[in-house]
Design a protein around this ligand. Structure first.
Ligand SMILES: CC[C@H](C(=O)O)C(=O)SCCNC(=O)CCNC(=O)[C@H](O)C(C)(C)COP(=O)(O)OP(=O)(O)OC[C@H]1O[C@@H](n2cnc3c(N)ncnc32)[C@H](O)[C@@H]1OP(=O)(O)O
Ligand SMILES: [Co+2]
Length: 144
């Protein structure tokens, strides 16, 4: 595996509007996208961009709120009513070879690669196999 770009940090929230107020008024975020629904993934999503200057060349806070009864983040919110850090997402050049690499290392890949919030294929690796950190792997968007 070759560590790729940190694409985003996933942050669960009970209320995207309240979190937008926080990231704008407390944290000074200036680039906050329109929230959008991802019914196939059971979440409402809102991207908060971090500044693009400097060595980190910008990353994102991915605000996610449960959408629908079967949302995969209901359990997390039940345990953490205020929400909080949920996952971390790294980019890879090829999602299928990355999946094979994690499986070869005995890590539990959760489901098949599917289209994520950035419009490219993603998968998750179980937090218990990743030092307690739910890890999302995302294929680098072609326009990057
Ligand atoms: C895809 C759209 C968007 C994008 O970027 O493109 C997103 O990122 S959407 C993000 C939301 N979707 C997902 O998270 C899908 C993958 N997640 C899952 O399949 C589940 O959340 C899972 C399996 C990680 C956890 O399932 P569940 O919430 O039902 O909890 P369990 O009690 O089964 O969890 C077992 C064990 O893991 C601990 N846990 C759960 N969530 C996390 C977490 N986010 N970080 C760290 N640890 C986590 C949980 O506390 C349990 O530990 P235990 O010691 O056994 O109590
Ligand atoms: Co994500």
């Amino acid at each position: 595996m070759k560590l790729g770009r940190l694409n985003h940090i996933g942050v669960v929230t009970p209320s995207i509007p309240d979190s937008i107020d926080h990231w704008r008024d407390v944290m000074g975020a200036t680039s906050i996208c329109e929230p959008f629904d991802l019914p196939a993934q059971g979440v409402k999503v809102c991207f908060v961009d971090t500044p693009a200057d400097g060595p980190t060349n910008g990353t994102q806070i991915e605000l996610i709120e449960p959408l629908g009864e079967d949302s995969p983040i209901h359990g997390f919110l039940a345990k953490n009513p205020l929400g909080g850090q949920h996952h971390i997402c790294f980019e890879v050049p090829d999602i299928h070879s990355a999946k094979s690499e994690f499986e070869a290392m005995g890590k539990r890949v959760l489901g098949e690669p599917r289209i994520g919030a950035h419009g490219t294929l993603i998968f998750f690796v179980h937090p218990k196999d990743m030092g307690g950190m739910l890890t999302e792997i995302m294929e680098t968007p072609k326009d990057h």
